[in-house]
Write a protein that binds this ligand. Structure first.
Ligand code: SF4
Ligand code: SF4
Length: 519
């Protein structure tokens, strides 16, 4: 037990910190225990140190220097899902999410692990996630593995059993990578249809874009259909949520600043997010950067503009015509929407507007499914128990589909349902809304419109300057000339086919900054 290493607290002045992070919030805990029954790990293990109260005690002792970072302490803290189910029920307002992120940053600092672990984390957190191009290449490799038969062969041959435990556990959790068209970045501007209600920036995300690009496109279509113009800046990268949750604090700060910068220039009313962890994290930029005078105010303003997709859409009734969807579905609340952002009514209100749809309640709808960012990779046993519990509750409902709003939950629940042989679909809320608008047909039309409108959208982005193309050699046309002349005349005809991808991605801005545009 962690108690073995407890010592007397040394004298202290100033606020309580851990690895430079303010953890003064531990002192708000009055040990009432009201949070215990809401904690998924305490519910399963029943041990105090695997409850919010126990972990707060450990974090406080660590920060006061009374406790060394023993294996036992790390294990109790690592087992926390970071689901934040303990936050809304706490009468003292303990900011548990901040405390566990500080603890994780301290664990990473004190115990970075061996060279292989450090390399693995560096490749993922520092190289792939912040770099959409490299992430795209990795996705293409994974897609090849999945469609070439290699994956089937690997699974059938039993070679996975020879791999070290975490790797064997991770393979079944790999998301199915869609074709390149779906993974391609969104067009920079999706115009509003009908009377314009707002102009929003959209976070397309890192994993979300390569694994669930179709949901991003559906999001832009649904917003446009509801009178909201969508700007998806091509310069955006990962928002840093995965980094913060995994203790990569410095990278999380860098990515937060980059995200703020990208959306500041877009002149948007709101920044909309269709993934729960990213939304909750971006709403917390104000707190994350509170100690940096140069960024404090910018971060606060940015955070005040962030909206979850359902939160934004539910501000007004859905615009019709609304088609009928004759399905019975149930709804699973992603932790970082229901606990992290305190949103539970909005998605249900949207579902209630769909004619013909029957929504049946789900037992423990707001309990974590075990995905929790990278938790199902690092704590597979606990993740499996929570997954099995979630799947059992879903099956009890008799629903044809479970609706949720987070890629991690979708992968985790779908994998659990498949393993249990349950023929239940898992849908993102926006897919159902998209279907509801009759967008199956609309999708084909919008793809055509997308390719035809690229010139106009690019005009918007590059307003005021000629745009020489750095990939001119590979193109028979003169992209700069034809591009600017089209922009000037407003005509959309005569666009060379090869400009749609290769050249259009390689434009160089007038100030010589290289850019990866998907014009
Ligand atoms: S509910 Fe809040 S005050 Fe009570 S034990 Fe849990 S964290 Fe502490
Ligand atoms: S974040 Fe979730 S798992 Fe962690 S202590 Fe709170 S309720 Fe328990």
């Amino acid at each position: 037990m962690a108690h073995e290493a407890m010592t007397q607290a040394p004298p202290r002045t100033g606020p309580l910190t851990l690895h430079g992070h303010d953890v003064e919030g531990v002192n708000r805990c009055v040990h009432c225990g009201l949070c215990l029954s809401y904690c998924p790990t305490f519910s399963i293990l029943g041990t105090e140190m695997d409850s919010p109260r126990g972990r707060i005690f450990l974090i406080k002792a660590l920060a006061e220097g009374r406790l060394a970072l023993t294996d036992a302490t790390v294990s109790h803290l690592d087992l926390c899902l970071g689901c934040r189910a303990c936050e809304p029920v706490c009468p003292s307002g303990v900011p548990y999410g901040q405390l566990i992120e500080a603890a994780r940053a301290d664990i990473e600092r004190q115990r970075p692990g061996g060279p292989l672990r450090r390399l693995f984390r560096w490749v993922n957190f520092a190289v792939l996630l912040p770099n959409p191009r490299l992430l795209g290449l990795a996705a293409a490799g994974l897609r090849f593995y999945q469609i070439s038969g290699l994956q089937r062969l690997t699974r059938a041959s039993g070679v996975l059993k020879l791999l070290p435990s975490p790797l064997a556990d991770w393979e079944p959790l790999l998301p199915v990578i869609p074709p390149a068209d779906e993974r391609a970045p969104l067009i920079p501007i999706t115009p509003a249809e009908g009377v314009k209600r707002a102009r929003v920036g959209m976070l397309t995300g890192c994993i979300q874009q390569i694994a669930f690009g179709s949901q991003n496109r559906a999001t832009a279509r649904v917003l446009a259909r509801n009178g909201i113009e969508v700007a998806a800046p091509p310069e955006q990268t990962c928002c840093g949520a995965l980094h913060a949750h995994a203790g990569e604090h410095d990278l999380a700060l860098t990515l937060a600043k980059r995200t703020i910068e990208v959306f500041e220039v877009g002149n948007v009313d709101r920044v909309v997010v269709n993934t729960s962890g990213c939304g909750a994290h971006m709403k917390g930029y104000g707190t994350l950067l509170a100690g940096d005078p140069a960024w404090r105010e910018r971060a606060r303003i940015f955070s005040s503009r962030v909206r979850d997709l359902a939160e934004l859409l539910a501000e007004e009734p859905l615009r019709g015509p609304l088609g009928s969807v004759r399905k019975t579905v149930t709804y699973h609340d992603p932790c970082h929407i229901v606990h992290g952002q305190k949103i539970s009514k909005a998605p249900r209100e949207l579902l209630a507007q769909i004619p013909g749809l029957t929504v049946v309640p789900l037992t423990e709808a707001d309990r974590c499914c075990g995905s929790a960012g990278t938790y199902n990779l690092t704590q597979p046993e606990m993740a499996r128990q929570l997954q099995a519990r979630k799947v059992a509750h879903i099956r009890e409902t008799g629903a044809e589909a479970v609706v949720t709003a987070n890629p991690g939950c979708i992968i985790q629940i779908a994998q659990g349902l498949e393993a249990a042989g349950a023929p239940v679909k898992v849908l993102h809320l926006v897919e159902l809304l998209d279907d509801n608008h009759g967008y199956r047909l609309y999708q084909a039309v919008s793809r055509l419109k997308e390719s035809l409108s690229r010139a106009d959208e690019a005009t918007f982005l590059f307003e005021g300057g000629s745009v020489p193309c750095s990939a001119r050699k590979s193109c028979s046309a003169d992209p700069a000339t034809s591009f600017t002349s089209r922009a000037a005349s407003g005509t959309r005809s005569g666009m060379p086919g090869m400009m749609k991808r290769a050249c259009w991605r390689s434009f160089r801005l007038p100030d010589s900054r290289s850019t990866s545009r998907n014009c």
